[in-house]
Design a protein around this ligand. Structure first.
Ligand SMILES: N[C@@H](CCC(=O)N[C@@H](CS)C(=O)NCC(=O)O)C(=O)O
Length: 399
């Protein structure tokens, strides 16, 4: 789901339980000063609760469709709960209810001694005012019941308690058990995609920079087959191969924003294009780097054709929802492509030429630009100049 949403939810449940208790105790207070103070505190609490609901709403709307729908459904319940609290508050502060009760008492007392016409008129008016207040209360109860249903209201308190407990337990467990380490090297797109997924899901991790010219015991022990980075260590369990790691992250922290769609067919399509990118486009980019003179030109041509097919295929498969744009959540394909081709300016500057052509792949480049604007992508891509310097020294422009 979303840790941010859960954080607000936790605060809201706490606050709501507290406000409900306060409304109950304030209604029994006879000391008016004390009551005023309680009323002011409840009012401030209701404002805070409203602000929390607004924050939850904003957070929910920033998430992917499936999660968003679930969280918005939850939010409707919290909204109803808040309305109930507001009704309790109105009842508590309604001058009609207070005066009517006082008048009644007063009139009743007087009645015992002296049944004057004046007092009996006040009594009638008081009863009318009480009837009016009761009607208003009944009306708001009716509206609430129509909107949310009896069972939801009844369940809400229980859910609130359960949520509170499970949230606290989950936090404690995670603090005790989660130890996440990423072995990587800074210029690697494969490592950057893992780092980005961890950041998106809000998973705290320790990053260890490897020296591939002198591989550490830690790397060799944890990726004995390929001896490559990235390697993810989760509570000492090792996972190698970036795409395998991304799937592991998605499944392990499934309560955080999802990077794969809910629908199995959509998931399959995302995986297809992610594999295409890794099996075709990444090697084609590498070929541009390692080839020289005329070969490099050919490699660039080939790369542009491949990117064109890739982009058109992705667009066809994902339709209007594609590509990523500002305000949307990043998915697996954005993560994989963005942490690699998102460095296209570095590639151009290092090789001294336009490698991904604007006239052929302008839409693909706009997608990359949108991704590069995402704060977590910005935070993950290596610094431009450092990266250019590394590549230029190694591969350089063609003379
Ligand atoms: N398919 C692997 C590729 C990983 C990879 O190529 N890692 C490079 C750094 S980008 C590496 O560790 N190279 C060391 C070596 O080849 O010895 C993945 O996606 O994780």
């Amino acid at each position: 789901m979303s840790e941010v949403f859960e954080g607000y939810e936790h605060q809201y449940c706490d606050l709501s339980a507290n406000l409900s208790r306060k409304c109950g105790s304030a209604s029994l207070l006879s000391d008016q000063d004390q009551k005023q103070q309680e009323v002011a505190e409840i009012k401030a609490g209701l404002d805070d609760a409203e602000a929390l609901i607004r924050k939850m709403d904003l957070e929910a709307r920033s998430l992917q469709a499936g999660v968003k729908a679930t969280l918005l459904a939850k939010l409707r319940e919290y909204n109803s709960d808040l309305n109930k609290l507001k009704t309790e508050f109105t009842r508590l502060t309604s001058p009609d209810a207070d005066h009517a009760r006082e008048d009644l008492l007063e009139a009743g007392m007087a009645d015992a001694h002296l049944a004057s016409a004046d007092q009996s008129e006040r009594l009638t008016k008081s009863i009318e005012r009480i009837d009016e207040s009761s009607d208003q209360i009944r009306e708001s109860q009716k509206v609430m019941l129509e909107t949310v249903g009896v069972s939801i209201l009844d369940d809400l308190h229980q859910q609130r308690e359960t949520l509170l407990n499970s949230h606290q337990k989950k936090q404690l467990m995670e603090e005790k058990t989660n130890q996440v380490v990423l072995l990587g090297i800074w210029p690697s797109g494969a490592c950057a995609r893992v780092a980005l997924a961890l950041k998106l899901k809000g998973i705290l991790y320790k990053y260890v920079e490897e020296d591939l010219t002198n591989k550490s015991e830690l790397l060799l022990k944890n990726n004995p087959i390929h001896k490559k980075v990235p390697v993810l260590l989760h509570n000492d369990k090792a996972i190698a191969e970036s795409l395998v790691i991304l799937e592991y992250i998605e499944e392990t922290w499934s309560h955080t924003p999802n990077i794969l769609p809910c629908d199995p067919y959509q998931r399959a399509k995302v995986r297809f294009w992610v594999n295409y990118f890794d099996q075709k486009i990444r090697p084609a980019i590498n070929l541009v780097f390692i080839s020289k003179a005329e070969e490099r030109k050919k490699a660039i041509e080939n790369l542009n054709e491949m990117i064109k097919d890739f982009y058109e295929g992705v667009k066809k498969d994902f339709g209007e929802e594609f590509p990523y744009c500002k305000g949307k959540c990043l998915g697996l394909l954005d993560i994989v492509v963005g942490t690699n081709a998102g460095n296209y300016k570095v590639i151009n500057d290092a090789l001294g030429m336009e490698v991904i052509h604007t006239h052929i792949n302008s839409q693909f480049l706009s997608w990359m630009d949108a991704l590069r604007e995402h704060p977590l992508v910005k935070d993950t891509l290596p610094p431009h100049d450092k990266f250019v310097a590394k590549f230029r020294g190694k591969f350089g422009p063609i003379n």
